[in-house]
Design a protein around this ligand. Sequence first.
Ligand code: HEM
Length: 431
Amino acid sequence: MPLPPGPRQPAPVQTARWLTRHIPLLEDCRSRYGETFTLRFTGIGPLVFLSDPESAKTLFSNDRENTLPAGRTLLLEPVLGPRSVLLLEGSEHMRRRKLMLPPFHGERMRSYEKTMTTVAAAEAATWPRGIAFPIRERMQAITLEVILAAVFGVASGPRHDELRDLLSEILRQTRRSLSQVVGLATRPLGRLGPYAPFQRMLDRTDELLAAEIADRRADPDLAEREDILSLLVAARFDDGSELDDRELRDQLMTLPVAGHETTATALAWAFDLLLHDPPALERAKRAAIDGDDEYLDAIGTEAQRLRPVITSVGRTLGEGGTYAGHELPAGTSVMASTYLLHTRPDLYPDPYAFRPERFAGTRAETYSWLPFGGGVRRCIGAAFANLELRIVLREVLRSVELSAAAPRAERPMLSGITLVPRNGTRVIAAA
Ligand code: HEM
């Protein structure tokens, strides 16, 4: 059974287009081949792209049989480690996921709210006045501080400072496509090749994480502590066993890597769209002052619809099935294209317009709004990220008079695996 149609260019050309002209490639494929098509990637092979809600539902409903998409482990394992919840499969994955969900649920969110508010307000107070700066970098500083406080507890000191610097540098290097390629190709050379400095940073990070874990295990007040590391040290699987140090390290790396850059970029996009839409900006400022969380949340939802940070979420099919009229056999690599789904005019009239009102007072439909993926692998930090979006928008809009430094909204480009504003969304804070 042939796969759905797609561009005929050789895989390296398609890979280059994916990396350098990401949105134009997706749009071009939609207009040529329709809502379902196949792209071919160097080192990964063919990927079938789906962009209708029915297919997304079928895909994620079969998640117990599906496995990870081609490429996820290849790109992330060197940093996250083999036992990261993002990379494990089947029952091993489900056991970890169950253990890691409680810190991201309901009641616990309230304890993060205070940190998010304090960090955002303190950061905004340091911004230069009257000169342009890229707000994405400032959002990265906020989200890194927030995730480190949530994972390790609010503490300062040389170990935390070093950890913060290392993690931000590791993330910076990981998202550069070229350094990914060079890193993967030269990793087998170990401590001699061009990968060596990066490996040294990872080794040092591991030492610091090991010291944090050892402190926590020895802490007589562990049961009273609320940070995620303490919860994970105290957590037990159904059979009474615990996470060993090696595995704790992998989960501790996973949370900042999965949660910091993604949330910062979603925030940068929210500001980018807002600052180029004066009526929405005015309404947002009022909402921030009046505590109208509903409108602030609608901004976050709409920004993630129009500029999804992760533009597609993949699986390898565990069982064959019919997707948008195509028979796909077990083993096919399939991507739900979040971007194409989110810009369907039948789901979102005038799809390229930024209209937070679409979501005011309503929740996004499960299979029509997929920035966090779906099924049994849906992002465990989704509620955390949405809360952070609301709070950072609120604090910044309340305390700083911002305007866009460029007349037009930014062009999106792919950086590593995230869709970022090309110039980091340059803004000016009024004097
Ligand atoms: C706007 C911010 C974020 C976006 C766009 C995002 C997006 C995603 C996506 C697309 C996935 C894959 C889902 C799938 O395969 O179905 C994922 C998984 C994951 N995310 Fe997020 N994420 C964000 C924030 C966070 C935060 C704040 C955390 C934690 C603090 C986090 C932790 C994770 C973890 C642990 C997984 C793996 C879940 C699993 O495989 O079971 N993410 N995220």
